[in-house]
Design a protein around this ligand. Structure first.
Ligand SMILES: [Zn+2]
Length: 116
């Protein structure tokens, strides 16, 4: 499965979604709840005078994202080193498994702006 870079993405969760056929303005969010969350986050940012294009995220969420990215980055380095020493189907399979284990922690992760 490939995802087109042109696919419409939700303004809140950034996941791709399909536009409903028919007239009307294109939707910017995948669901009403995500439109509402974006509105609340924007209102919160406005009340705190946060400049446009910037958001507040929780330190816990940000740390969790950084931990997972660091784990993936380390796995990429491991695999680069391993495959420079070994080649063949077994080495590539092990490299894939190592990368997959690290990358799967990022699947489904969403860092949401603080809303209240
Ligand atoms: Zn969404």
């Amino acid at each position: 499965m490939t995802k087109s870079p042109d696919t419409q993405r939700c303004g809140w969760c950034h996941r791709p979604f399909d536009q409903l056929p028919g007239a009307g303005r294109p939707r910017l969010f995948c669901s009403r709840s995500h439109r509402q969350r974006a509105y609340e986050a924007r209102r919160r940012a406005d009340s705190l005078k946060i400049p446009a294009g910037q958001v507040i995220v929780s330190e816990v969420d940000l740390r969790s994202l950084h931990d997972r990215l660091y784990r993936l980055e380390s796995a990429v380095e491991d695999v680069r080193a391993d495959l420079s020493d070994h080649s063949g189907a077994k080495a590539y399979r092990e490299a894939f498994d190592h990368l997959y284990d690290s990358a799967k922690d990022l699947v489904g992760m969403v860092v949401e702006p603080v809303r209240e």
